[in-house]
Design a protein around this ligand. Structure first.
Ligand code: P53
Length: 493
């Protein structure tokens, strides 16, 4: 038996991409509710919409991001379509959805609490109906012995914080976030053991609206936004341990294995610098201090952090219990600026001639997952949890059946890579939660047709459809994988 017997097999979702009911039962608006739909294959970016004080409307693409105009109030506009408003209506299908997860044999389910359901304004009055919804959801999981794994912040900034203070640039967000954490830690301490603070915290680099509801995009603003999130995360870790010492709190990062295109030292140096961009977030959250390369960079750029008394002690004391990370693809870098770039998952990868791409241009690299696991364990010696992985693909639906052998193939190779990492390299891996286990809205593009799930949802890019759920071939494949604890990967003869 390669996988530990308590290995957490499961799947992952995020509230704004899955739940819908965006204003129901007292929920406030969140930043993600004001982002339109794009089209990944046509390279049409999603936009965040706003109104100016004179009533004029406007929008700004979320990638590449730029400062919003001064005075802009982020909001939903009439005549625009926002895919997260209804999403796939998990809010009203959660019993059915959890039952499907149980049927696959899930040991855990990674989901996010939408902060704006609990605190509609981000602070102030608690919304009991929001708390009740997650109570029922957790009870449903526990009924089937499914361990909830909860992300506290998955691109879901209460809109009030964006418009009132520009979000994480303002230190009050630290206080409000910790207050929110206190509420949910206290309420769910006997139902939820595994938590994660900020989803893909490193998206502050390239998607600051998602990662921090930021209205500014300059390096100084983003450095401060991250600084505040580090503080908030460290405080949350400490608080969780005080409330219930059994609770484990992890960090969450978008990770890619990064290769130098050639053995030319300029390529290798570029790889080293590229790795530092990712490792920075882990260095702070796992080691509890800012690394020298980042402090030097800030010095060069004239960036000053708003450090207050005790802050550095808080960072030191609030290091995380485990590393959660998403892994979709690897990246490849070259010191030569003229090299052709591939779209990738918003990374600046050059084309790697050894790898195939998904329909959305993401490089497929299972061996890179094994390499990533090794890099992370060597550097941090913390338990690792793959909390997102999968293939976003177009599915063909016919007579209630979806034959998604391409997805099975992708996942099989990645599970095999995990197996090798455990068996050959001695990696301490806690679990695996493939992304979008039931089809949901894409975060990057806002599309529905970019599907990851084991379960198909009848819903199209404009929200038309019955929202009925159908099991794909991969549903039965994953069921077998879990049943055999990773021994039976349904290998092709
Ligand atoms: P989609 C890229 C862009 C936005 C979010 O992505 C991303 C990434 C990948 O690093 O991160 C995660 O839906 C994210 C999920 C998201 C998933 O990747 O663009 O945590 O919310 O859905 C997949 O295909």
């Amino acid at each position: 038996m390669v996988f530990p017997k308590d290995f957490l097999w499961g799947g992952a979702t995020a509230a704004h991409q899955f739940e819908g009911n965006y204003q129901g039962d007292g929920k406030g608006l969140c930043s993600a509710d004001c982002v339109t739909r794009g089209d990944g294959r046509k390279n049409i970016q999603r936009r965040v919409t706003f109104k100016m004080p004179d009533g004029k409307t406007g929008s700004q693409v979320v990638f590449p991001y730029a400062d919003l105009p001064k005075g802009a109030i982020v909001q939903c506009l009439e005549d625009e379509y926002y895919p997260t408003h209804e999403a796939v209506d998990h809010y009203h299908h959660f019993k059915e959805d959890i039952a499907l997860m149980a049927e696959m044999g899930f040991k855990c389910y990674r989901m996010s609490i939408n902060w704006s359901r609990i605190y509609p304004l981000g602070y102030g009055k608690v919304n009991e109906e929001g708390l009740k919804f997650y109570d029922e959801l957790f009870d449903e999981c526990l009924k089937y012995n499914i361990e909830p794994v909860v992300t506290l912040f998955h691109f879901e900034t209460p809109l009030q914080l964006v418009n009132e203070m520009g979000d994480w640039i303002d230190r009050r967000c630290v206080t409000y976030f910790v207050e929110y954490c206190k509420t949910v830690f206290t309420r769910y301490q006997n139902k939820v053991k595994y938590w994660m603070t900020f989803n893909e915290i490193n998206n502050m680099e390239i998607l600051p609206l998602y990662a921090g509801g930021m209205v500014r995009n300059d390096d100084q603003a983003k450095a401060i936004g991250s600084y505040h999130q580090f503080l908030a995360s460290a405080k949350a870790v400490k608080l969780a341990h005080q409330i219930n010492p059994d609770m484990k709190v992890g960090m969450m990062i978008a990770y890619t294995a990064c290769y130098a295109l050639t053995c030319n030292p300029v390529d290798e140096l570029k790889k080293m610098k590229d790795d530092q961009i990712r490792h920075f977030y882990m260095d702070v959250q796992c080691r509890g201090a800012y690394p020298a390369y980042k402090l030097k960079e800030y010095e060069r750029k004239g960036i000053v952090l708003p450090i207050q008394e005790d802050d550095l002690k808080i960072l030191k004391e609030g290091t995380v219990d485990y590393i959660g990370f998403s892994y979709y693809s690897s990246s490849c870098v070259s010191g030569d600026p003229k090299r052709e770039i591939t779209s990738g998952n918003m990374t600046t990868s050059v084309i790697n001639p050894y790898l195939e791409k998904s329909a959305w241009g993401w490089l497929i690299d299972p061996m890179g997952l094994r390499i990533a696991l090794n890099q992370l364990q060597e550097r941090y010696q913390l338990p690792l949890f793959i909390v997102e992985n999968g293939l976003g693909a177009l599915d063909h639906f016919e007579d209630g059946a979806i034959h998604d052998d391409y997805r099975i193939d992708y996942l099989r190779k990645h599970v095999q890579a995990m197996k090798d990492a455990i068996e050959i390299d001695g990696i301490d891996l806690m679990g695996y939660t493939p992304w979008g286990c039931i089809d949901l809205i894409s975060a990057g593009t806002g599309e529905m047709q970019k599907r990851y799930g084991f379960v198909y949802v009848d819903n199209d890019d404009l929200g038309n459809g019955t929202k009925k759920r159908y099991k794909k071939d991969s549903f039965y494949w994953y069921q077998k994988v879990i049943q055999s604890n990773g021994n039976d990967l349904g290998d092709k003869a």
